[in-house]
Design a protein around this ligand. Structure first.
Ligand code: HPA
Length: 248
């Protein structure tokens, strides 16, 4: 297997990474089960990069049923040390309308019932999690964005809800009172599991809709898909420039 230290986890609007070109595909099993998809290794930004489709390569697994433990354990098993995660989100803060790219620096976990730790096999792991996203990776993402003249929001609070249903307007008001700027369904327990295994993890969020009650119209999936397909082109460019920055 090719030596690979950096992985990208793609979300609902990034189920494959065409830019990897000729790929090695690996079916990995872990003591936590199988990851959501085979892991592809190819070249991206001139560097070896692993790609994992968080929801499966056919987008078949909803956020609450993703085997986050197996996903992160599989990347660890391959030797990955750094993870750039892509998450689509709803925008709560008015400065983050649909189409915005955000590099969050904090999160609040509202999920429940997900297997959220490796601290379950006779060992107790207390991770430090004051800053849930790796600061160095965040700086690389920011630098890459500057090079591309993108102006992502640098720093935001990601509220992770259980899904797969979208939130009520009152739930979004509560998240806002809690300090959340964005709402998504997948950053947790992913970020915490990566930290438990000593892997650096940062997220690039693409805002694909105003959160519930933050627009005069209900959330419309066809509009979400349109925003996602345009925005993801920029996100992929940003990832590529970040990979180059991390390697140098
Ligand atoms: N809420 C939760 N998750 C999401 C949303 C949302 O509005 N949009 C994209 N992912």
């Amino acid at each position: 297997m090719q030596d690979v230290k950096l992985a990208i986890i793609g979300g609902s609007s990034l189920t494959s990474l065409e830019q990897l070109g000729q790929v090695e595909s690996h079916t990995i099993s872990t003591s936590y089960g199988k990851p959501s998809s085979d892991i592809q290794i190819g070249e991206f930004g001139g560097e070896p990069v692993a790609f994992l489709a968080r929801h499966g390569s056919d987008y078949q697994t909803p956020p609450h049923l993703i085997n986050y433990q197996a996903n992160i354990a599989a990347l660890k098993k391959m030797g990955v040390e750094k993870i750039l995660a892509v998450n689509t989100v709803g925008g709560i803060h008015p400065s983050m309308p649909a189409g915005s790219i955000v590099i969050p620096d904090q999160l609040i976990d509202y999920t429940w019932g997900r297997a959220s730790t490796y601290s379950d096999q006779g060992n107790v792991i207390f991770i430090e999690f004051e800053k849930p996203f790796d600061q160095t990776l965040r700086q690389h993402l920011q630098k890459a964005a500057q090079q591309l003249q993108l102006s992502p929001h640098n720093g935001a609070v990601y509220g992770c809800t259980q899904g797969p249903r979208l939130e009520t307007a009152a739930e979004i008001n509560r998240l806002e009172r809690d300090g959340c700027d964005l709402v998504g369904m997948t950053a947790m327990p992913e970020a915490a599991l990566a930290r438990e295994l000593g892997m650096a993890y940062a997220s690039v969020c693409l805002v694909v809709n105003p959160a519930a009650g933050r627009s005069d119209r209900p959330i419309c999936m066809s509009e979400v898909e349109k925003v996602a397909s345009v925005g993801m082109l920029q996100v992929v460019q940003l990832l590529e420039a970040a990979v180059v920055s991390i390697a140098n």
